[in-house]
Design a protein around this ligand. Structure first.
Ligand SMILES: [Fe+2]
Length: 310
């Protein structure tokens, strides 16, 4: 259920105008009988089971719902309701494997692969959306986003030979791993998130660090980078409000690549911005949100990749 509005018919009687969505698409629907009783049973964002009749109205399909039941989170498979990633999981897995081979230190690569291949990360990470209301809102979205960020980071690395490319790639591949620790009903919630819910989603960087810290060794170092992947250059980010050079350089790079990938991808409530517009956005936020040096390198790389003149 992605929309729920109580409206009034011309004759003054109330009805509910709703929109139902599953992985195949969406359909507008109305409820005319027992409006307040049925309406009190569910909210926008709930999974519901409905009975009713579908008819063609002014050339498009619309449903009249006569019975409706809310389904408890956990009692259904989100795969039935969310659209899937544009690429198949197999294909994305191939990309992920390819990127993890760009971590050249064999010991580090082995741990990265182990983290990605151990449950619950192995299956959940590959199925999850980033968040349902934000970017990469479909199943497999988190994997797709991770592959995209890893690819961008790999390219940025080449322009910046002084960086520790192994550390950077390993952290890029694991930067959102903490999302598997966020309650699934939040990550899968179809409607917009409340402030409180966003606060919970934002703990994914700290959760990610906690997971990596448990492994210890090289992963503690990666965990430090993962923790700071949403710190802003001006100190306004989270979780620690670190600024400028206090933020690990790898985190600053991942943050900018992550934002670029998020901007250039469709969301449920907003379509993707063009590459050119995303470049302007990065430039406008250089020095506040993003590290200006990182922005410069990233933009050079993006222009090169898409053949956009400076
Ligand atoms: Fe991310």
């Amino acid at each position: 259920m992605v929309r729920k509005d109580r409206q009034q018919a011309k004759n003054g009687s109330p009805y509910l105008s709703i929109e139902l969505r599953d992985r195949t698409g969406s359909i507008p629907a109305r409820i005319f009988r027992d409006v307040d009783v049925i309406g009190s049973r569910f909210d926008r964002g709930d999974a519901v089971e409905v009975r009713g009749r579908v008819e063609r109205f002014r050339g498009s399909l619309s449903a009249e719902v006569t019975a409706l039941r809310r389904i408890e989170p956990g009692a259904f498979d989100p795969a039935e309701f969310l659209p899937s990633a544009y690429r198949s999981t197999d294909e994305l897995n191939g990309f992920l494997e390819h990127l993890s081979r760009e971590v050249y230190d064999p010991a580090l690569r082995a741990v990265v692969e182990r983290v990605l291949d151990t449950e619950p990360v192995a299956s959940e990470f590959r199925r999850a959306p980033c968040t349902r209301g934000g970017h990469h809102a479909y199943l497999g979205g988190l994997l797709e986003h991770t592959v995209a960020v890893g690819t961008l980071v790999g390219e940025v690395c080449q322009l910046h030979p002084k960086l520790d490319s192994d550390l950077l790639m390993a952290a890029a591949l694991l930067h959102d791993v903490g999302k598997v620790a966020i309650p699934k009903d939040l990550i899968n919630k179809p409607g917009p998130l409340s402030d409180q819910e966003w606060t919970a989603v934002r703990t994914h960087t700290v959760e990610g660090q906690r997971m990596l810290e448990k492994i210890g060794g090289l992963m503690s170092e990666i965990g430090r980078v993962v923790r700071s992947c949403h710190e802003r250059f001006d100190g306004g980010g989270y979780p620690d409000g670190l600024a400028a050079g206090a933020i690990p350089v790898e985190s600053r790079i991942i943050f900018a690549c992550d934002a670029f990938n998020a901007m250039t991808t469709d969301r449920p409530y907003r379509s993707a911005v063009s590459i050119e517009a995303a470049i302007v956005e990065l430039e406008d936020n250089a020095g506040t949100q993003f590290d200006p040096e990182v922005v410069e390198v990233l933009i050079a790389q993006v222009r090169d990749r898409y053949g956009i003149a400076a």
